[in-house]
Design a protein around this ligand. Structure first.
Ligand code: NAD
Length: 505
C-alpha cells in the first residue's frame, strides 16, 4: 500500500488518496513547462500580488492545517500550530515583500577604456520547471519554504508530498487554489516510484528534502541528466553544555530541542555533550524534566517503521552497556516514550546514526575543546548549539563547529525565520532554504551586454598582427606585470600602439 491509511494518534482510518500514475508525469511536466513560459514573463511585483492572499488563507485555516497534520503524523496540536502554521504565514509575507528587490536587475561596472560604449546587466531568471520532493516530518511548513520563492521566481513547480502525508500535501495545493494560472503548481501523489519518475521527467531542477539514502539516489539521477539538485538531508545535531551554562535554561531548551515533534526533526538534538563538572547536575535535571512531560506532549511517532528504528537504536545502546535513565521501552502502536540515555560507549548507532525519535543521549566530555571535537566527529552537520553564559567565548567556539546553523543558548528554531539560511554540511547535503541565498538555486543568473560601439572592429578581433601582440604585452605590464618604471613605459607604448591598431595595424 502506497499511502499511510491509519492515524498514528488512535489508529482511526484516514481519508483515501488517489495516487498519480508515474506514466502521467511527462504530460504534467510538459503542461507545466508550457504554462511557465507566460508565468516567467509576469512582472515580479504582480507575481507577488497573486501570492499575497496565501498568508491570510493559512492563518484563517490554521486549525484545519494543524488538525490534518496532527491526524496524519501525530504532531501535538500546539506544535502543529506553532511549527506548521505561523512560520508558513511568515514565509509568505517575507517573500512577497522582498522578492521584487531581490530579483532586481543589477548593472555591471565596466572599465570604459577597456570596454568602450558597452553596458552590461545581470538578471535572475526562472529555472523553468522545478520538482519539489518532500518528507513527512513538517509536511506544510517545509514545502512552503521552497514553493513560495520558487513560484515568485517565475518557476512552475511539481510538488510531491511524502506518501505518509498526502492529505497535508493536498491541503497545501488547495490553499493555492485560483491564485496561480493553470499548470503553475501541480501536486502529484505517490511513493518513491512517483518521486523517481518525477526526477526522470523533463524538469530543470530538483529540490529534495529527505533521507541521505534517497538523496544520494536523487543526486545520481540528476547527475546523469546534468540538471542541478538541492539536497537537504538528515542530521545528528549536537548540543554542547559548558560549565557556566544557565542550567535551567539549558535543561529546558535541550529537552525541547531533542523531543519536539517526538524527535522527528532533522535538527533534533541527538547528542548532548556536557562538561564533566556539571554533568551529574545537568543529567539529573534533564531526567526530572523529561519525567514531567505527558505522553500527549510528545505524541506518537509518525509510523511504526520509524518506531522500529528508535527501538533498534535504544536496544543496541542498552546492550552495549549504556545506561537508560528513563523511558527505553516501546509502547502501543507507534508510541515511544521520551528516553534519556547516559552514554558510555559512543560507537553505538544511537550516537552515530540519525535516530529520529524522542531520545536524549548524554555524553560527558572533559572540556569545551573536547566537546567541539566530538560534536564535529559526525558525517552530518545541520545545526548545533552551545549553552554558556559567556556568549563571547561561545561565539568564538562556534567558529570551530562544523554545521550549517549554530545557535548559542537556543536550538534550531531559526528554521522558522524566513530571512535566515537553513543549510548543512557533509551528508546533510548542500541545499539552502530560507533567506535570499535560496534564490541562488531557484533562479539562474543571466548576463546581458549591449554594445553601442559603432567602430568597425574591437582591438582584440582579427587580424592578429605584431601590433596587437605588442599591445597585449604592454597591457600585461600595465596591469601589474612590471615595476613602476616599466608600467609608465607600457602606458606610453599603449598610447602609441592603439591608434596604429585602430588604423588597421
Ligand atoms: P525519505 O528519503 O524516505 O523520503 C523523502 C521523499 O522522497 C518522499 O516524498 C519519498 O516518497 C521520496 N522518494 C523515495 N524514493 C525516491 C526516489 N528513488 N526518487 C525520488 N524520490 C523518492 O525521507 P523521509 O523519511 O520522508 O524523511 C525523513 C528524512 O528527512 C530524515 O532523514 C530527515 O533528517 C530529513 N529531513 C531533512 C531536513 C533538512 O532540512 N535537512 C528537513 C526535514 C527532514
Amino acid at each position: 500500500m502506497t499511502f499511510a491509511m491509519k492515524s498514528p494518534v488512535d489508529g482511526a482510518a484516514l481519508d483515501p488518496v488517489d495516487a498519480t500514475a508515474a506514466a502521467d508525469l511527462p504530460g504534467l511536466v510538459a503542461a507545466a513547462r508550457k504554462a511557465q513560459r507566460a508565468w516567467g514573463e509576469v512582472p515580479v511585483h504582480k507575481r507577488a500580488d497573486r501570492l499575497r492572499p496565501l498568508k491570510q488563507r493559512i492563518l484563517e485555516r490554521a486549525d484545519d492545517i494543524a488538525s490534518i497534520v496532527h491526524r496524519e503524523v501525530g504532531k501535538p496540536m500546539a506544535e502543529a500550530l506553532l511549527a506548521e502554521v505561523l512560520p508558513s504565514a511568515d514565509v509568505v509575507a517575507y517573500w512577497c515583500d522582498a522578492i521584487e528587490e531581490l530579483l532586481e536587475v543589477t548593472d555591471v561596472e565596466l572599465d570604459a577604456i577597456a570596454y568602450p560604449s558597452k553596458a552590461a546587466t545581470v538578471s535572475r531568471e526562472a529555472r523553468g520547471v522545478v520538482a519539489l520532493i518532500q518528507p513527512w516530518n513538517f509536511p506544510v511548513a517545509l514545502p512552503l519554504r521552497t514553493l513560495v520563492p520558487a513560484l515568485l521566481g517565475g518557476n512552475a513547480v511539481i510538488f510531491k508530498p511524502s506518501e505518509v502525508t498526502p492529505r497535508s500535501g493536498a491541503l497545501l495545493g488547495d490553499l493555492f487554489k485560483d491564485l496561480l494560472p493553470e499548470g503553475i503548481l501541480t501536486v502529484v501523489q505517490g511513493g518513491g516510484d512517483v518521486g523517481s519518475a518525477l526526477v526522470g521527467a523533463d524538469v530543470d531542477l530538483v529540490v529534495f528534502t529527505g533521507s541521505v539514502a534517497t538523496g544520494r539516489k536523487v543526486a545520481v539521477a540528476c547527475a546523469e541528466k546534468l540538471i542541478p539538485c538541492a539536497l537537504e538531508l538528515g542530521g545528528k545535531d549536537a548540543a554542547i553544555v559548558l560549565a557556566d551554562a544557565e542550567m535551567e535554561r539549558a535543561v529546558n531548551g535541550i529537552v525541547w530541542g531533542a523531543l519536539g515533534n517526538a524527535g522527528q526533526n532533522c535538527a533534533a538534538i541527538e547528542r548532548v555533550y556536557v562538561v564533566e563538572s556539571v554533568a551529574k547536575d545537568f543529567t539529573d535535571k534533564v531526567v526530572a524534566a523529561v519525567k514531567a512531560l505527558t505522553p500527549a506532549e510528545i505524541g506518537p511517532l509518525a509510523t511504526t517503521a520509524q518506531c522500529d528504528i528508535v527501538k533498534r537504536h535504544v536496544d543496541a545502546a542498552k546492550e552495549a552497556g549504556n545506561e537508560i535513565l528513563c523511558g527505553g521501552e516501546a509502547g502501543e502502536g507507534s508510541h515511544y516514550p521520551a528516553t534519556v540515555v547516559r552514554v558510555k560507549d559512543a560507537s553505538t548507532a544511537l550516537v552515530t546514526d540519525e535516530t529520529f525519535g524522542p531520545v536524549i543521549p548524554i555524553i560527558t566530555v572533559k572540556d569545551a575543546d573536547d566537546a567541539i571535537a566530538k560534536a564535529n566527529d559526525s558525517r552530518y552537520g545541520l545545526t548545533a548549539s552551545i549553552w554558556s553564559r559567556d556568549t563571547k567565548k561561545a561565539t568564538a567556539l562556534a567558529r570551530g563547529l562544523r554545521a550549517g546553523v549554530i545557535t548559542i543558548n537556543n536550538h534550531a528554531f531559526t528554521g522558522a525565520i524566513p530571512m535566515m539560511p537553513w543549510s548543512g554540511v557533509g551528508e546533510t547535503g548542500y541545499g539552502v532554504t530560507n533567506s535570499p541565498h535560496a534564490l541562488d538555486m531557484l533562479t539562474r543568473p543571466r548576463a546581458l551586454l549591449v554594445d553601442k560601439n559603432r567602430g568597425k572592429r574591437e582591438l582584440w578581433w582579427y587580424p592578429y598582427t605584431p601590433v596587437l601582440t605588442a599591445l597585449a604585452r604592454a597591457m600585461a605590464v600595465l596591469r601589474g606585470g612590471g615595476g613602476i618604471g616599466a608600467r609608465i613605459g607600457a602606458l606610453f607604448k599603449l598610447l602609441s600602439l592603439i591608434p596604429k591598431r585602430l588604423g588597421g595595424g
